[in-house]
Design a protein around this ligand. Structure first.
Ligand code: AMZ
Length: 273
């Protein structure tokens, strides 16, 4: 719907991960773990009603099996909400034609993990036709990029890979820290900072967000946006509260341009007067 990630202020993005037709939040991406949270179309609609500006849709069966098993549910979501919200979609997208046709039917950004690692040229191919539409997913376990539903190690360093995909035309990087994903135990800021420091395109951080302070930590580590799953589904905090914590248009604090801390709005106006 809009332009590339990060062009707007820091975004808090609800995850709608779909497996066997249901919303699910896996623990560490392991099949058979985690909890189900009902119908994906209902979940997506609810997040939009609660103020989401972007939705993060993942066809988990697609990521595991290599083809988009939940395409029908995802199409319904795109038809229902793509006028109101940006949609980024991943899981099982393996060809440039598939990616381009998804963008043509209302997906704003396609997320490529396995295909980007196995055939890096696909990133340039799609980006030439649909500039800014490719987010490369670099999901790291023990500091190493993993693909095929996080079952296959690649030996790639996420920061080095991120810079290579930026050169190939990626519009953004999704960095998921598999070691903390789905565990509600907090984030790994250093890992995010390494990737964010390696590129100038937006980095969307994912994995482990358990509190509003984790959201601020990821923003301060250089992420342009954060994907939140379990914490939102479990009601640990609301989407509105998560967004408000990093929204300075309607807040008493403002982001310091030097060190990115939150400082009182009055102080910055004195400094810049
Ligand atoms: O939870 C998992 N095991 C998992 C997951 N959430 N495996 C892959 N993914 C997500 C990636 C990315 O968004 O974070 O699927 C997408 C990549 O899929 P693919 O099919 O391109 O590798």
């Amino acid at each position: 719907m809009h332009d590339s990630p990060g062009s707007s202020p820091f975004d808090v993005i609800p995850a709608v991960d779909v497996k066997d037709g249901q919303v699910v939040q896996l623990v560490g991406g392991e099949r058979g773990t985690g909890k189900q949270y009902g119908d994906p179309v209902e979940a997506a609609t609810q997040w939009v009603q609660q103020g989401a500006e972007t939705l993060h849709l993942v066809d988990l069966d697609g990521a595991f099996e290599g083809h988009r098993e939940n395409a029908t549910a995802i199409e319904t979501i795109v038809e229902t909400v793509s006028q109101d919200v940006d949609i980024q979609l991943g899981g099982g997208i393996r060809t440039a034609d598939e990616a381009v046709s998804l963008v043509e039917t209302g997906v704003d950004r396609v997320i490529l993990g396995t295909a980007a690692v196995k055939s890096p040229e696909i990133v340039g191919e799609i980006s030439q036709t649909k500039p800014g539409s490719v987010v490369v997913s670099l999901d790291a376990e023990d500091g190493e990029v993993v693909v095929s539903g996080w079952t296959e190690k690649t030996g790639l360093d996420p920061a080095v890979a991120a810079s290579r995909y930026e050169e190939l035309g990626a519009g953004g990087i999704l960095f998921t820290d598999v070691d903390v994903e789905g565990q509600l135990e907090g984030v790994n800021a250093d890992a995010v900072r390494r990737v964010a420091d390696a590129v100038s395109i937006p980095v969307i951080a994912s994995g482990g967000v358990a509190s509003i302070s984790d959201i601020r930590t990821l923003r301060d580590a250089g992420a342009a946006a954060v994907v939140v799953g379990t914490a939102l589904y479990e009601g640990t905090f609301s989407l509105a509260d998560g967004k408000r914590a990093v929204d300075h248009t309607n807040h008493w604090t403002v982001r310091c341009p030097v060190c990115r801390c939150d400082m009182p709005r009055g102080l910055i106006s004195k400094l810049t007067w």
